[in-house]
Write a protein that binds this ligand. Structure first.
Ligand code: NOJ
Length: 547
């Protein structure tokens, strides 16, 4: 059994690994920097912006897929796992990016898409060519149900049946996402070996780790049983049609643990402490925590998406942090996510004032934070005109569109926000606030969200308790979430976050010294209890023992 630890009990001091102490910054390559000038971002465009990332102080970037792809799902439909789509550049461009990032002590994590390929991947072309193809079982093929129709009731995450009829060979194939994304059959040994080979290819090229796409989907019920209906679909409103079933059988089969143990052994076999980060979610903390493996021998960091679902108030956020902290197996490292290319922007969700509180939360909790590009300047969901919609999910279910959070990075107030040359139409329209909300406008202003983010990243590098210190919640006034970060022989830190737009009292057992506040008006120096948090203030104090 995994040993259970409460975060409060862990006091031992250890040297953190880079992926524990560091901050992972997600780059959506289509939208970060367009060096080629065609309106779509590319690898060279990321390389050009590495100085910015170094200045900001992030330790690692995760680059969403840049592999050859028909782009039905913007790169998550991989047609060749070991190359670069010409839209994004070449393998040489990747090598330059990797070397330049490493020169700046920035690690590079690439996306690994194990559940499916593109329907144009040569493996699938071969598999669908005949029932006798040696690669037939690399994918999941089944006869129609007795009578006719799909083999079971599974539905695609993007809507409609998860089965597509193939006229030529008179069978259905499984696709948990688009029909252009057939599911790989990990139970077939040769397919499994081929997918492990993909990991070796990138590890040998020098990448520092993988973000594993829809990690739970690699193992399904071998009997392909029907999913039962979900009696409470309203609780999963963010999921469109998919919410109408209880997904007992179409993903998350226990056999996935064996796959991740094998992947872990493979990755750990390479020097340099590389990392696997799993994209997976389970509403129950304990079930989610199993993805670390019983002996912490599976995914190093199963993404923790629970804050994305929490109501934005002090009590709900504290409940998530306490719940995750308690469910974390002893020795496992937490991680926190407030945004990614599939989720509405945090600044739109909570407002610009609270976006500052959110950033402080993300960067002061115990665990590895993931920062989505543009969240450091408070980028908001853009309004996308219907004729500019690109996300296939948004085209079938408009409420689900992920285009609003994927718009070009806002670098400056010049044409196209500095993302692509003037006169070129970016692949998605810019958010309407680009002329005022951009990196150049905030860079020299320490009170901006960018200034705040950079300062907090700096504090993480200089105050060990922010990385290794234990977490313990401190009961506080309604609307305030406060916690300590404590490390032996170091001053105890207190973080107090006001989730309301009104002042709130804060009572301390001792005096404190202001280390940082999201409120530019907060005076530095000693503070005495009781004090008053300004509306939407996040305050970091060093507690001063007056005994
Ligand atoms: C999760 C990715 O983050 C998302 O963008 C993609 O559409 C699906 N997986 C399918 O690969």
């Amino acid at each position: 059994m995994a040993r259970r630890g409460t975060s409060r009990g862990v006091t031992s001091r250890h040297r953190s690994l880079w992926w524990q102490s560091g901050v992972l910054y997600e780059v959506y390559p289509r939208s970060f920097g367009d060096a080629s000038g065609d309106g779509v971002g590319d690898l060279a465009g990321i390389t050009e912006r590495l100085d910015y990332l170094e200045w900001l102080g992030v330790n690692a970037i995760w680059i969403a897929p840049f592999y050859p792809s028909p782009m039905a799902d913007f790169g998550y439909d991989v047609a060749d796992h070991t190359n670069v789509d010409p839209l994004f550049g070449s393998l040489d461009d990747f090598d330059v990016l990797l070397a330049e990032a490493h020169r700046r002590a920035i690690r590079v994590v690439v996306d690994y898409v194990p559940n499916h390929t593109s329907d144009r991947h040569p493996w699938f072309t071969d598999s669908r060519s005949s029932r006798d193809s040696p690669k037939r079982d690399w994918y999941v093929w089944r006869d129609a149900a007795p009578g006719s129709g799909p083999p079971n009731n599974w539905i695609s995450m993007f809507g409609g049946s998860a089965w597509e009829w193939d006229e030529a060979t008179s069978q259905y194939y499984l696709h948990s996402f688009l029909k252009q994304q057939p599911d790989i059959n990990w139970r077939e040994p040769a397919a499994r070996q081929a997918m492990l080979g993909v990991l070796r290819f990138w590890l040998e090229r020098g990448v520092d780790g993988f973000r594993i796409d829809v990690a739970q989907f690699v193992a399904k019920d071998p009997q392909l049983r029907d999913n039962p209906p979900n009696p409470h679909p309203e609780r999963l409103a963010h999921l469109g049609e998919w919410r109408h079933q209880l997904h007992l059988y179409d993903h998350g089969h226990p056999d996935m643990h064996d796959i991740y143990r094998e992947i872990r052994r493979l990755v750990d076999g390479y020097p340099g402490k590389r990392v696997t980060i799993g994209e997976l979610h389970h509403p129950e903390f304990d079930v989610w925590a199993r993805s670390y493996g019983q002996d912490l021998d599976e995914i190093h960091l199963p993404f923790n998406f629970h804050l994305l679902r929490a109501d934005w108030n002090a009590a709900s956020v504290r409940a998530v942090v306490d719940g995750i902290s308690a469910a974390l197996p002893a020795g496992a490292w937490a991680n926190w996510v407030l945004g990614n290319h599939d989720q509405p922007r945090i600044a739109s969700r909570v407002g610009q004032g609270q976006a500052r509180v959110a950033m402080m939360l993300l960067l002061t909790l115990r665990g590895a934070p993931t920062l989505y590009y543009g969240d450091e300047i408070g980028m908001e969901n853009a309004t996308i005109p219907v004729d500019r919609l690109r996300d296939p999910w948004g085209i079938t279910e408009p409420a689900q569109s992920r285009d609003p959070e994927r718009t070009p990075m806002q670098w400056n107030g010049s044409a196209n926000a500095g993302f692509c040359p003037p006169g070129v139409e970016p692949w998605l329209p810019l958010a309407s606030d680009w002329q005022t909300r951009n990196v150049a406008a905030q860079r020299d202003d320490p009170s901006s969200l960018l200034g705040l983010t950079r300062r907090l990243l700096e504090l993480r590098r200089t105050i060990p308790a922010l990385i290794e210190g234990t977490y313990a919640p401190v009961d506080s006034a309604e609307g305030v979430f406060a916690y300590t970060r404590r490390l032996p022989d170091e001053p105890t830190l207190l973080v107090a976050l006001n989730f309301t737009d009104e002042p709130r009292p804060l009572t301390l057992a001792t005096d404190g010294r202001v280390v940082f506040s999201t409120d530019p008006h907060r005076e530095q120096g000693l503070v005495r209890s009781p004090l008053r948090l300004a509306p939407s203030e996040g305050l970091l104090l060093e507690l001063v023992d007056t005994a």
